[in-house]
Design a protein. Structure first.
Lengths: 562, 200
């Protein structure tokens, strides 16, 4: 039964990627779509307001600058909103809001949501007013998600254009991503969620008188407004502390399944969009094939680890897979699927507590994030990630046969290689350095309040991997609401979002300026099985070389204990 | 090309207006439309699927609550506050090799066997002795419910077969045949028990 759910999911992702990918290509090439009659007037209004011209093309530098300025303003706005939230009206009442919003927590949260990381050092039900969740977080889930999609599209244009000095217009891509993609899908998706039981109200917390005569206070809120877009925009920050495990966030297995589709379909579709816009559809499908193979491998390992009876409990006569931190309605299958999809999809909306996973179970989400989330990945960032890996692969291939490597007719010279290597090295260098600093300082070790030893090491590595990958999920036993973690994870989130995007766009700018070199007998075809295997091997090789020692100290050491 | 400061100021203006306008669109207008449609199409769900009995809100159909008396089916252990605290969702976050977890499971299994009159080496379904991720899990596994039937029947003076029938009525299979796991809603089942045979 579990495998039926896995197979159905994968089939739907691949099946939907084709039409959705072609639709995305139409949207960002400005071609007519069936939504135009409703959306064109709003689009024109927004352009007038912003004084943006639809055809005002930008260089890679300008595009990056607009992205940076937009994100900075988003961060600043959210930061201010968080600082003044105590004066905002509405529920929940003050006495429920027990977590003080310190300056470092506000800054961490603002950066977190404007970078689609949505790492949460706080618990929603004890920290935020409904007004803050709607005005600050729901909006940033849309805006940051749309900005990510824009970056992905600009990156594709680097390959689809030749002898061009420009990559498109950031504001136009942003507005079209919102109006043509995120808003309509989120509207329909959110309605399905409400039907399935996700609440949408502004009521004060409910006082229920239970059957045994106790009083149970139940946190409420406009949950459904956040719930779908948090997945669609590959953000993932929960309305409540328990995120997707909370029955108000994912009341049914169907809600969970739709959430996983919302995470994976758009990033997977971008591979098809890439194939379409570059005129090499088979290259897009080859990237998809590589992602599917990696996806299935991770899923199988995580399923194997979690469905086995926990070896640590072997003498206690309990039957079944590892249900600590998992919900009965999801069981092992829907929990494992969510762990794999959310960690591949740069989305922190876990539906089970990864801290309580078996060592080899949590290894899968951890490695997915460390690899840079190249399997479907974040909205926009995922496609950049897998193509950057493909560039490393063709570079290695080029070394083997002694030719200048090329991909889709674009030559990868010394300058492009340099940018690619910076991109590939940024994650390991920063994640490992921050992990080392955390473990070497009292402030960092103070976070280990629940677990220690090899598992505690994994918690810290997981935190920085998640921040750097703009994922946001955590092993929640780590107490991360301290000045130390709030600032250090913020550094990783900023580098993961803007450092990587700036490198990817710089590379795209160089490719756009090149002519498209003709295919020769020396070209490695980008749609061949050899190419696919080379990319697959490069993902694993780069990952293993960067992270095996760290993984040996964490999950592997813990696994060997039992 | 204009100098960088000029460019920055121009982009800054566009950025401020766009963040303001798009926040209005996605953080105000979008939720308002959703509120209107939600109230129209699914008002109960939008309000949190609250359950009332004799005019009093007794809980939410979706949120687990604490049961300790013998005449009720018991939910899973909970790490939300002091147990099923609806304002403090979360799991234990104990790692699999954490001694605290292993000790907790040992203790919970002992208590479970004692409460339900099971032999000391009886095998227990794991959901009965592990905390959920939310601490608010409204469900237990059918195997967990099965082991509690004898106790509940005795406490209510009911036939085991009658209780077993109620459990079966409140057991859901995987959704659409393949999503998620089989489960029994504890609150629904206990409400049905109260209707069928008020506790003695």
């Amino acid at each position: 039964m579990r495998w039926f759910e896995y197979i159905a999911f994968l089939a739907l992702v691949v099946g939907l990627a084709w039409p959705v990918g072609l639709y995305l290509a139409r949207v960002f090439e400005g071609k007519p779509t069936f939504l135009d009659p409703a959306l064109r007037p709003i689009e024109s209004l927004l352009y007038r307001l912003l004084r943006v011209y639809r055809d005002g093309e930008m260089s890679a530098g300008s595009y990056t600058l607009c992205f940076l300025v937009f994100s900075a303003v988003s961060t600043g706005g959210l930061f201010l909103l968080l600082l003044v939230q105590r004066w905002l009206p509405g529920a929940p009442a003050d006495h429920y809001l027990t977590t003080p919003i310190t300056a470092d927590l506000a800054m961490n949260t603002a950066i977190s949501f404007s970078t689609t990381t949505t790492w949460q050092a706080y618990a929603g039900e004890t920290t935020l007013r409904y007004m803050t969740q709607l005005l600050g977080l729901v909006s940033q889930n849309f805006l940051a998600g749309a900005a990510g999609l824009a970056i992905g599209i600009a990156f594709i244009r680097g390959f689809s254009r030749e002898r061009s000095a420009t990559l498109g217009n950031f504001w136009v891509d942003l507005v079209r991503a919102l109006l043509w993609v995120l808003l309509p899908v989120a509207l329909v998706g959110s309605l399905v969620l409400i039907w399935q039981g996700v609440p949408l109200n502004l009521a004060p917390y409910t006082e229920a008188h239970t059957l045994e005569g106790a009083v149970q206070t139940i946190a409420q809120g406009p949950v459904a407004a956040l719930e779908f877009i948090k997945n669609l925009g590959t953000n993932g920050g929960g309305f409540f502390n328990a995120n997707g495990a909370h029955p108000y966030e994912s009341p049914t297995p169907l809600v969970n399944f739709l959430a996983m589709l919302a995470i994976a379909v758009l990033p997977a579709s971008l591979a098809i969009t890439f194939g379409r816009m570059t005129g090499r559809p088979r290259a897009g499908w080859m990237l998809m094939a590589v992602m599917v193979v990696l996806f299935v491998g991770g899923l199988a390992l995580c399923d194997f680890a979690e469905s086995a009876n926990p070896p640590q409990l072997a003498s206690l006569h309990v039957s079944g897979g590892n249900m600590e931190g998992k919900e009965v309605r999801f069981g092992i299958g829907s929990s494992v699927l969510a762990a794999v999809v959310t960690s591949n999809g740069a989305t922190g909306s876990y539906n089970s507590m990864h801290d309580s996973y078996q060592p080899l179970g949590v290894l899968v989400p951890l490695v997915n994030m460390l690899l840079g989330e190249v399997i479907f990945g974040g909205l926009g960032s995922g496609l950049c990630g897998i193509i950057l890996i493909a560039l490393v692969a063709v570079f290695l291939g080029g070394l083997m046969i002694g030719r200048t490597p090329e991909y889709l007719g674009k030559k990868i010279t010394a300058a492009e290689t340099r940018l690619t290597v910076f991109y590939a090295l940024l994650t390991p260098k920063l994640v490992l350095a921050l992990t080392a600093v955390a473990l070497a300082t009292n402030a960092g070790r103070a976070g280990l309040v629940t677990n220690n030893g090899a598992h505690g090491f994994t918690e810290v590595l997981f935190a920085y991997a998640s921040s750097m990958a703009n994922n946001g999920q955590n092993m929640a036993g780590l107490n991360a609401n301290s000045a130390f973690y709030n600032w250090t994870t913020a550094v990783a989130m900023l580098a993961g979002r803007f450092g990587l995007a700036a490198l990817a766009l710089a590379l795209a700018g160089r490719f756009a300026a090149q002519r498209r070199w003709p295919t020769t007998s020396g070209t490695l075809p980008s749609d061949s099985a050899i190419f696919g295997a080379l990319v697959l091997g490069t993902v694993l090789l780069v990952g293993a070389l960067s992270f095996l020692p760290a993984l040996a100290l964490g999950p592997f050491a813990e696994a060997l204990k039992h | 090309m204009p100098a960088l400061p000029t460019l920055l100021i121009r982009h800054l203006r566009t950025a401020v207006i766009s963040v303001a306008a798009l926040t209005l669109l996605t953080g105000c207008i979008f939720p308002l439309i959703l509120f209107a449609l939600g109230r129209l199409l699914a008002p109960d769900q939008a309000a949190g699927s609250l359950v009332t009995r004799n005019g009093v809100v007794i809980g939410s159909r979706l949120i687990g609550q604490s049961f300790t008396r013998p005449e009720y089916f018991h939910p899973r252990p909970s790490a939300a506050g002091t147990g099923y605290d609806g304002t403090s969702s979360g799991g234990t976050n104990f790692g699999p090799s954490n001694p605290k977890l292993i000790e907790a499971v040992r203790q919970l299994a002992q208590d479970y066997r004692k409460t339900n009159g099971l032999p000391t080496d009886a095998t227990i379904p794991i959901d009965a002795v592990t905390a959920s991720g939310s601490g608010l899990d409204p469900h237990i596994s059918p195997a967990n419910a099965e082991l509690q039937i004898a106790r509940v029947a005795r406490a209510r003076g009911l036939d085991e077969s009658a209780v077993r029938r109620l459990v079966a009525e409140h057991t859901q299979g995987p959704q659409l045949g393949f999503m998620g796991s089989p489960r029994v809603s504890v609150l629904d089942l206990n409400l049905a028990l109260d209707r069928a045979a008020p506790p003695r």
